[in-house]
Design a protein around this ligand. Structure first.
Ligand code: BG6
Ligand code: MG
Length: 223
Protein backbone atom coordinates (compact mmCIF):
# COMPACT_ATOMS: atom_id res chain seq x y z
CA UNK A 1 0.00 0.00 0.00
CA UNK A 2 1.23 3.50 -0.77
CA UNK A 3 2.59 5.76 1.95
CA UNK A 4 2.69 3.10 4.64
CA UNK A 5 5.55 3.36 7.09
CA UNK A 6 6.82 0.20 8.74
CA UNK A 7 10.25 1.22 10.01
CA UNK A 8 12.62 4.03 10.90
CA UNK A 9 16.34 3.94 10.15
CA UNK A 10 18.24 6.25 12.47
CA UNK A 11 21.64 7.72 11.91
CA UNK A 12 23.58 7.78 15.18
CA UNK A 13 26.09 10.64 15.38
CA UNK A 14 24.19 13.93 15.69
CA UNK A 15 20.77 12.22 15.72
CA UNK A 16 20.58 10.02 18.81
CA UNK A 17 23.61 11.46 20.61
CA UNK A 18 25.94 14.39 20.15
CA UNK A 19 28.99 12.41 19.04
CA UNK A 20 29.09 14.64 15.94
CA UNK A 21 30.78 17.12 18.29
CA UNK A 22 33.40 14.51 19.30
CA UNK A 23 34.12 13.67 15.66
CA UNK A 24 34.67 17.39 15.09
CA UNK A 25 37.00 17.71 18.09
CA UNK A 26 38.98 14.65 16.97
CA UNK A 27 39.51 16.06 13.49
CA UNK A 28 40.26 19.52 14.89
CA UNK A 29 42.97 18.15 17.15
CA UNK A 30 44.49 16.20 14.28
CA UNK A 31 44.33 19.21 11.92
CA UNK A 32 45.91 21.53 14.52
CA UNK A 33 48.70 19.02 15.11
CA UNK A 34 49.38 18.85 11.39
CA UNK A 35 49.17 22.63 10.91
CA UNK A 36 46.10 22.28 8.66
CA UNK A 37 43.27 24.81 8.80
CA UNK A 38 39.94 23.29 9.85
CA UNK A 39 36.92 25.15 11.20
CA UNK A 40 33.48 24.25 12.51
CA UNK A 41 32.09 25.48 9.20
CA UNK A 42 34.42 23.08 7.35
CA UNK A 43 33.21 20.32 9.65
CA UNK A 44 29.61 20.70 8.47
CA UNK A 45 30.71 19.08 5.18
CA UNK A 46 32.15 16.10 7.09
CA UNK A 47 28.90 15.13 8.81
CA UNK A 48 27.93 11.59 7.91
CA UNK A 49 31.04 11.09 5.77
CA UNK A 50 33.37 8.11 6.34
CA UNK A 51 36.62 8.45 8.25
CA UNK A 52 38.75 8.26 5.12
CA UNK A 53 36.61 10.65 3.06
CA UNK A 54 36.58 13.08 5.98
CA UNK A 55 40.38 13.11 6.09
CA UNK A 56 40.53 13.61 2.31
CA UNK A 57 38.28 16.67 2.65
CA UNK A 58 40.56 18.08 5.37
CA UNK A 59 43.72 17.41 3.34
CA UNK A 60 42.14 19.04 0.27
CA UNK A 61 44.58 18.64 -2.63
CA UNK A 62 47.60 17.81 -0.49
CA UNK A 63 49.11 14.44 -1.35
CA UNK A 64 50.37 12.09 1.38
CA UNK A 65 51.72 8.54 1.27
CA UNK A 66 49.15 5.86 2.20
CA UNK A 67 51.07 5.05 5.37
CA UNK A 68 50.73 8.63 6.62
CA UNK A 69 47.01 8.65 5.72
CA UNK A 70 46.48 5.47 7.75
CA UNK A 71 48.41 6.91 10.67
CA UNK A 72 46.34 10.13 10.65
CA UNK A 73 43.06 8.17 10.53
CA UNK A 74 44.21 6.05 13.47
CA UNK A 75 45.30 9.13 15.40
CA UNK A 76 41.93 10.83 14.90
CA UNK A 77 40.18 7.64 15.96
CA UNK A 78 42.26 7.38 19.12
CA UNK A 79 41.21 10.95 20.04
CA UNK A 80 37.58 9.99 19.31
CA UNK A 81 37.79 6.84 21.42
CA UNK A 82 39.12 8.94 24.25
CA UNK A 83 36.08 11.28 23.98
CA UNK A 84 33.47 8.50 23.87
CA UNK A 85 34.90 6.65 26.88
CA UNK A 86 32.66 8.64 29.19
CA UNK A 87 29.43 8.26 27.19
CA UNK A 88 26.47 6.98 29.20
CA UNK A 89 22.66 6.92 28.82
CA UNK A 90 22.71 10.56 29.98
CA UNK A 91 24.22 11.44 26.60
CA UNK A 92 21.15 10.45 24.61
CA UNK A 93 19.80 13.56 22.88
CA UNK A 94 16.42 14.76 24.24
CA UNK A 95 13.49 12.81 22.81
CA UNK A 96 15.59 10.07 21.19
CA UNK A 97 14.86 7.20 23.54
CA UNK A 98 11.19 8.13 23.92
CA UNK A 99 10.76 8.06 20.14
CA UNK A 100 12.59 4.73 19.72
CA UNK A 101 10.35 3.23 22.39
CA UNK A 102 7.19 4.70 20.90
CA UNK A 103 8.03 3.32 17.44
CA UNK A 104 8.52 -0.14 18.91
CA UNK A 105 5.35 0.07 20.98
CA UNK A 106 3.41 0.98 17.82
CA UNK A 107 4.56 -2.29 16.21
CA UNK A 108 7.03 -0.61 13.85
CA UNK A 109 10.74 -1.35 13.58
CA UNK A 110 13.92 0.59 14.34
CA UNK A 111 17.23 0.16 12.53
CA UNK A 112 20.55 1.92 12.90
CA UNK A 113 22.26 3.28 9.78
CA UNK A 114 25.56 4.80 10.87
CA UNK A 115 28.77 5.11 8.85
CA UNK A 116 30.77 4.83 12.06
CA UNK A 117 32.94 1.85 12.92
CA UNK A 118 32.45 2.87 16.53
CA UNK A 119 28.64 2.76 16.35
CA UNK A 120 28.38 -0.52 18.21
CA UNK A 121 30.39 0.75 21.16
CA UNK A 122 28.41 4.00 21.31
CA UNK A 123 25.08 2.10 21.19
CA UNK A 124 26.16 -0.06 24.11
CA UNK A 125 27.37 2.92 26.12
CA UNK A 126 24.03 4.66 25.50
CA UNK A 127 22.23 1.48 26.60
CA UNK A 128 19.82 1.41 23.63
CA UNK A 129 20.95 -1.62 21.61
CA UNK A 130 17.85 -3.62 22.59
CA UNK A 131 15.62 -0.99 20.92
CA UNK A 132 16.96 -1.89 17.45
CA UNK A 133 15.81 -4.67 15.13
CA UNK A 134 18.80 -4.22 12.80
CA UNK A 135 22.17 -2.52 12.98
CA UNK A 136 24.12 -1.37 9.91
CA UNK A 137 27.39 0.43 10.60
CA UNK A 138 30.78 1.38 9.17
CA UNK A 139 31.62 -2.31 8.66
CA UNK A 140 28.44 -3.22 6.78
CA UNK A 141 29.10 -1.81 3.30
CA UNK A 142 31.98 -0.56 1.15
CA UNK A 143 30.39 2.56 -0.31
CA UNK A 144 29.41 4.99 2.41
CA UNK A 145 26.97 7.93 2.38
CA UNK A 146 25.99 9.70 0.12
CA UNK A 147 25.68 6.27 -1.55
CA UNK A 148 22.44 4.57 -0.46
CA UNK A 149 24.17 1.23 0.29
CA UNK A 150 24.16 1.47 4.09
CA UNK A 151 20.43 2.22 4.30
CA UNK A 152 19.69 -0.47 1.72
CA UNK A 153 21.68 -2.87 3.92
CA UNK A 154 19.51 -1.91 6.90
CA UNK A 155 16.26 -2.27 4.92
CA UNK A 156 17.37 -5.71 3.72
CA UNK A 157 18.01 -6.77 7.29
CA UNK A 158 14.51 -5.59 8.19
CA UNK A 159 13.09 -7.34 5.14
CA UNK A 160 11.34 -4.15 4.01
CA UNK A 161 11.30 -2.07 0.81
CA UNK A 162 12.95 1.39 1.11
CA UNK A 163 9.64 3.17 0.43
CA UNK A 164 8.30 1.81 3.74
CA UNK A 165 11.31 3.00 5.76
CA UNK A 166 11.99 6.52 7.01
CA UNK A 167 15.62 7.62 7.32
CA UNK A 168 16.31 10.12 10.11
CA UNK A 169 19.50 12.10 9.45
CA UNK A 170 21.45 15.17 10.56
CA UNK A 171 23.79 15.17 7.54
CA UNK A 172 23.35 16.39 3.98
CA UNK A 173 25.19 13.27 2.80
CA UNK A 174 22.75 11.10 4.75
CA UNK A 175 19.68 12.81 3.28
CA UNK A 176 21.20 12.41 -0.18
CA UNK A 177 21.81 8.70 0.51
CA UNK A 178 18.22 8.23 1.68
CA UNK A 179 16.80 9.85 -1.41
CA UNK A 180 19.13 7.94 -3.72
CA UNK A 181 17.86 4.69 -2.18
CA UNK A 182 14.18 5.57 -2.48
CA UNK A 183 13.66 5.99 1.28
CA UNK A 184 11.39 8.49 3.02
CA UNK A 185 13.48 11.13 4.81
CA UNK A 186 13.46 13.34 7.90
CA UNK A 187 16.24 15.90 8.37
CA UNK A 188 17.34 17.12 11.79
CA UNK A 189 19.04 20.52 12.03
CA UNK A 190 19.21 23.68 9.95
CA UNK A 191 17.36 23.54 6.60
CA UNK A 192 20.57 24.85 5.01
CA UNK A 193 22.09 21.45 5.87
CA UNK A 194 19.18 19.00 5.66
CA UNK A 195 16.63 21.00 3.66
CA UNK A 196 16.53 18.36 0.92
CA UNK A 197 14.77 15.97 3.30
CA UNK A 198 10.99 15.59 2.95
CA UNK A 199 10.51 17.17 6.36
CA UNK A 200 12.86 18.98 8.75
CA UNK A 201 12.83 19.23 12.55
CA UNK A 202 15.37 21.06 14.75
CA UNK A 203 15.97 17.82 16.70
CA UNK A 204 14.00 14.97 18.27
CA UNK A 205 13.08 16.82 21.46
CA UNK A 206 9.31 16.64 21.87
CA UNK A 207 8.91 14.90 18.52
CA UNK A 208 6.42 12.02 18.59
CA UNK A 209 5.73 9.31 16.02
CA UNK A 210 2.52 11.08 15.00
CA UNK A 211 4.47 14.28 14.24
CA UNK A 212 6.80 12.42 11.89
CA UNK A 213 3.99 10.60 10.10
CA UNK A 214 2.03 13.83 9.74
CA UNK A 215 5.06 15.66 8.32
CA UNK A 216 5.46 12.87 5.76
CA UNK A 217 1.73 12.76 5.10
CA UNK A 218 1.98 9.04 5.83
CA UNK A 219 0.27 6.47 7.98
CA UNK A 220 1.84 3.72 9.95
CA UNK A 221 1.36 0.12 9.04
CA UNK A 222 -1.55 -1.11 11.11
CA UNK A 223 -1.21 -4.69 12.24
C1 BG6 B 1 29.53 9.16 10.88
C2 BG6 B 1 29.92 10.53 11.39
O1 BG6 B 1 28.43 8.71 11.62
O2 BG6 B 1 30.60 8.23 11.03
C3 BG6 B 1 31.21 10.98 10.70
O3 BG6 B 1 28.89 11.44 11.11
C4 BG6 B 1 32.29 9.93 10.87
O4 BG6 B 1 31.62 12.20 11.28
C5 BG6 B 1 31.79 8.59 10.35
O5 BG6 B 1 33.47 10.31 10.16
C6 BG6 B 1 32.82 7.47 10.54
O6 BG6 B 1 33.02 7.27 11.90
P1 BG6 B 1 34.21 6.43 12.53
O7 BG6 B 1 33.83 6.33 13.99
O8 BG6 B 1 34.20 5.08 11.85
O9 BG6 B 1 35.46 7.17 12.30
MG1 MG C 1 25.07 11.99 11.70
Amino acid sequence: MINMIRAFIFDLDGVLTDTAEYHYRGWKRLADGEGLSFSRADNEHLRGISRRESLMLILKDRVYPEEKIQEMMERKNSYYLEFIKEISPRDLLPGAKELLEEIRAAGLKNALGSASRNASEVLDRLGIRSLFDAISDGYSVERQKPAPDLFLHAARQLGLPPAECVVVEDAAAGVEAAKAGGFRSIGLGPPKRVGDAEAVFPGLSGVRLADLLKALDATQFAR
